[in-house]
Design a protein around this ligand. Structure first.
Ligand code: HEM
Length: 244
């Protein structure tokens, strides 16, 4: 399959209601990112992994059993990814980009460092996932695409190609947002059998739900990212036209 980049199109002019919807959406994205960092990431820095495992916090019971190297990678992953999740949302605030471009550049550097550190950490811990091969391939692919799209965004801005930079950053942050969407999908999938009136038992419901999230947490995000990119007239992927 060949990949083609569409020529840059003129961005549609935003209406008043469009701008209001954009602001509401952005506020929601930022608040959800802050909530996930507070409830999922911060607890890992409040006690030892061993103690957290005793309290069944997140995936602490799984990682308390792994090597010190993998545990170190888990902490590095959480710190880098949580930093990227919060700072990345700020970067889409137009006021900051136009009124304080230097701040935007500095936040961008810290964001990409968070992506690099969080992505490498994520790749190291992926083979220990309780989801087995699905976790390894799902989180592994997410980690590779996260690093690659961050690199493309950085390269684009270094050559002053702002539309490509924006498009790659939308893709990259959509992948960062897997940290939020995973934690939305998981409870939904966990409770789905109850809503469907099926027999329910926590361990099997969790294993079933957790087998889906390593891919489900990021694939739909990329589709939404591509839609946003097209809507804004930024350079997007196109499937090739095949001539018979
Ligand atoms: C976008 C690329 C990301 C990749 C490749 C990735 C990868 C992973 C992997 C492989 C695990 C272990 C899961 C398992 O063992 O099944 C994990 C856990 C974790 N990740 Fe990420 N992650 C990403 C984004 C994020 C973000 C943005 C956050 C922000 C808060 C985050 C926070 C965490 C936390 C807190 C855990 C521990 C598990 C838990 O208690 O929920 N990750 N990540």
């Amino acid at each position: 399959m060949t990949r083609l980049i569409e020529p840059v199109r003129t961005a549609p002019v935003a209406t008043r209601s469009g701008r209001l919807a954009g602001r509401i959406g952005w506020t929601f994205v930022l608040l959800a990112a802050l909530a996930v960092v507070a409830y999922s990431a911060v607890p890992y820095f409040t006690a030892s992994l061993h103690d957290l495992a005793g309290e069944e916090v997140g995936l602490a019971p799984t990682y308390a059993e792994t090597s010190v190297f993998v545990q170190g990678a888990l902490y590095v992953h959480i710190a880098g990814s949580a930093t990227a999740l919060v700072l990345g949302a700020l970067q889409f605030w137009r006021g900051l980009r136009t009124r304080a471009p230097r701040v935007h550049r500095w936040i961008g550097r810290i964001y990409l460092t968070g992506v690099a550190v969080g992505g490498v950490g994520g790749l190291i811990i992926a083979p220990s996932s309780p989801a087995g091969y699905v976790g390894f391939f799902g989180f592994g692919a997410l980690g590779v695409l996260w690093l690659a799209s961050g690199w493309r965004a950085y390269r684009a801005i270094r050559r002053r190609d702002v539309p490509s930079h924006q498009a790659w950053m939308i893709r990259n942050y959509a992948l960062t947002y897997a940290g939020v969407t995973l934690r939305v999908w998981l409870p939904l999938l966990l409770l789905a059998p109850l809503l469907l009136g099926q027999p329910w038992e926590f361990d099997s419901a969790f294993a079933n739900a957790y087998a889906a999230v390593p891919f489900l947490c990021w694939l739909p995000n990329l589709v939404v990212a591509e839609w946003l990119i097209r809507r804004r007239g930024l350079p997007s992927y196109r499937l090739p036209v095949t001539r018979g």
